[in-house]
Design a protein around this ligand. Structure first.
Ligand code: NIG
Ligand code: FE
Length: 405
């Protein structure tokens, strides 16, 4: 007896090629273990694969998409920043609040105070909200500990979330802000971050390295130092780039073969060209754009024209994007960024996987991981159309239906 399972009665969104949805109206899938063994029109299913089935599922005409991937989050932190939200509504800018010692630093204080158990409970609650809308793979950044022990604590919490069945990728963002004990010694702090990197890597806590290259973050020279250290350790890099100003961060990250550059409202033509050459993904974060009441759009048309793959993520964090809805990101990407519903969903699947360096997921094709979402919808554009309505029927992770979504 195999553990082969047959799934029929589904309209499949395969993203099998770069052109379109890759719709298969009356589709079937065969999963074996945690993989897709076969995907295609039901009437083309080879007879040999109908034999020895452990289970058969008739999905009753539901829509099936690849599992959703949130490839940019800051999910592990203590406290919240609603008071800062009120200040911003009264006219204070995100940058001014950060310079006055609020912003990231206030979350660092709350995160240092919180126990590992508390951080785990809070992060799990947030992950559950994302899973209720079909999350199957999650990236989590550190960056609210900013000491070796506190960064390790947060990264361990992130890793432990894999207990839910999610695939979790962790990114070390020690260069998120300068902690108070390094006040006025920013270069020393960068050296400390570079010292911690191999130690955290040795503990198995890092898959990639990120930095916040910004006027209120780190300079391009400091970012380069972080990236050189990462490269020496064989760790891929990504960057918070061009969110509030053009620092040339994207071109710098592309020089290091970055997996993704994220935010990008102030991205220049040079940055776009460098990203296109390096195959770096443009990770757009409509939740932060919205919540910071940003008015400058990322250069979508130029990214498209240059053939840069565009991904989307929630950027969940307590300062610039406290939202926990992947479906809302689809809607916002279309309304704010004028992406097509197809581009938006591709951004939360195919291109999100690419931004994590994971080439075994994001599409419904044979050989990929059997991570998929089953939706009550007639057409995939509905996923981007509604907001505040969740048509998820079930999620399958590694070939098994997830319970409790
Ligand atoms: O992606 N820009 C830097 N990091 C986060 C915000 C962090 C915070 O405000 O706590 C972001 O927007
Ligand atoms: Fe972020």
């Amino acid at each position: 007896m195999t553990d082969r399972r047959l799934w029929t009665g589904a309209q499949l969104v395969t993203f099998a090629d770069e052109r379109d949805w890759g719709l298969v109206p009356d589709g079937a899938m065969v999963t074996e273990g945690d993989r897709l063994r076969w995907v295609g029109p039901r009437d083309a299913l080879p007879a040999a694969l109908r034999a020895d089935l452990a289970e058969t599922h008739d999905l009753g005409g539901a829509l099936v998409t690849p599992g959703l991937i949130d490839a940019h989050t800051h999910l592990v932190y203590g406290g919240e920043r609603s008071a800062e939200f009120e200040l911003r509504l009264q006219g204070a800018s995100y940058e001014a609040i950060a310079r006055a010692g609020g912003g990231i630093r206030s979350t660092v204080a709350a995160t240092r105070q919180a126990s590992e158990a508390t951080l785990h409970r809070l992060a799990l609650e947030r992950a559950r909200a994302l899973m209720a809308e079909g999350l199957t793979t999650l990236e989590v950044k550190s960056g609210y500990g900013l000491s070796l022990d506190d960064e390790a604590k947060c990264l361990r919490v992130a890793r432990r979330m894999a207990d839910t069945g999610l695939t979790v990728r962790t990114t070390f963002l020690g260069a998120h802000a300068v902690p108070p004990e390094f006040d006025g010694r920013q270069d020393d702090y960068v050296e400390a971050v570079c010292d911690w990197m191999p130690q955290l890597q040795a503990q198995g806590l890092i898959d990639a390295v990120d930095a916040f290259c910004e006027r209120i973050g780190f300079t391009p020279a400091q970012t380069r130092r972080i990236f050189e250290t990462a490269r020496g350790l064989g760790l891929p890099v990504k960057l918070h780039a061009e969110q509030l100003s053009d620092q040339g961060g994207a071109a710098l990250a592309a020089e290091f073969g970055a997996l993704s550059c994220d935010h990008l409202e102030y991205l220049s033509d040079d940055g776009i060209r460098a990203m296109a050459r390096a195959g770096t993904v443009a990770m757009l974060l409509p939740g932060a754009y919205y919540f910071l009441r940003e008015t400058r759009l990322p250069p979508i048309e130029a990214l498209r024209a240059a053939g840069v793959p565009i991904a989307l993520a929630t950027d969940h964090n307590p300062g610039s994007a406290p939202g926990l809805s992947l479906l809302l990101m689809l809607n916002m990407a279309c309304t704010f960024f004028r992406m097509t519903p197809e581009e938006a969903l591709r951004g939360l699947t195919v291109h999100a996987a690419q931004a994590l360096g994971l080439n075994d997921r994001g599409r419904l094709v044979a050989g990929q991981r059997a991570d998929f979402c089953i939706w009550q919808a007639q057409h995939p554009r509905e996923l981007a159309y509604y907001f505040g309505r969740n048509p998820l029927q079930a999620t399958v992770v590694g070939g098994r239906q997830r319970i409790g979504d």
